[in-house]
Design a protein around this ligand. Structure first.
Ligand SMILES: CC(C)(COP(=O)(O)OP(=O)(O)OC[C@H]1O[C@@H](n2cnc3c(N)ncnc32)[C@H](O)[C@@H]1OP(=O)(O)O)[C@@H](O)C(=O)NCCC(=O)NCCS
Length: 173
């Protein structure tokens, strides 16, 4: 079990007990607009999703570390061990917690894990090119535009790819 700790958050693996929260978030109009699939999430699909995660696919729920332990958001890091890189994605911050820096804090915690613990060379993301909020957040964190990956499926609308490499992180430190 991989736990990540940041200033205000604990990122712990998503579990079956998170189903109600995941269902509420993922079936919202904005999540359906932000994610690739618009399929309705149910208790069954959530269980199936958890059961079919591969090794090195970290799907975290972020909760506050103060007394309330509130679920703030979720996100996932999928590591390609052979390529020594990972895709970050599936990020969603609960509407009540937006613009409080939690999204940024989650990504920074995942990047620390990717670079400092797993010693990866690169982390990349793909998002709808129209999702200005998420792209602004990644830019602020230090990711930069990169070329489209040929191994990713062609989507029905334009997407943006961004990356951060080990060298970029060193230069930003
Ligand atoms: C995108 C999202 C994850 C941001 O989470 P958040 O916790 O609100 O983000 P933060 O508070 O950490 O914001 C960090 C920075 O990102 C940028 N940002 C975040 N939301 C933004 C918005 N709605 N519009 C423009 N910029 C935004 C800003 O630069 C912000 O810094 P600032 O608040 O000092 O201006 C959240 O809005 C969300 O869950 N959206 C729906 C799901 C989604 O789009 N997921 C992406 C799938 S690829």
């Amino acid at each position: 079990m991989t736990l990540l700790l940041s200033e205000r958050l604990l990122l712990r693996p998503v579990t079956a007990e998170d189903a109600d929260t995941v269902i509420r978030w993922r079936n919202s109009d904005e999540a359906r607009a932000a994610f690739w699939t618009t399929d309705v999430v149910t208790h069954d699909t959530h269980r199936l999703f958890l059961a079919t995660r591969r090794a090195h696919e970290y799907v975290w729920m972020a909760e506050t570390i103060d007394g309330d332990r509130e679920r703030v958001g979720m996100g996932a890091l999928t590591v390609d061990v052979r390529a020594c890189e990972a895709e970050w994605g599936k990020i969603f911050v609960g509407p009540a917690y937006r613009r409080g820096g939690y999204g940024q804090e989650m990504v920074r915690a995942a990047l620390r894990f990717a670079f400092d613990v797993l010693n990866l060379k690169r982390v990349w993301i793909e998002a709808w090119a129209s999702n200005t909020a998420i792209l602004a957040m990644y830019r602020r964190i230090g990711l930069r535009d990169c070329l489209r990956r040929s191994d990713q499926p062609l989507r029905e609308r334009p997407t943006a790819f961004m990356e951060i490499t080990r060298e970029m992180r060193r230069a930003q430190a």
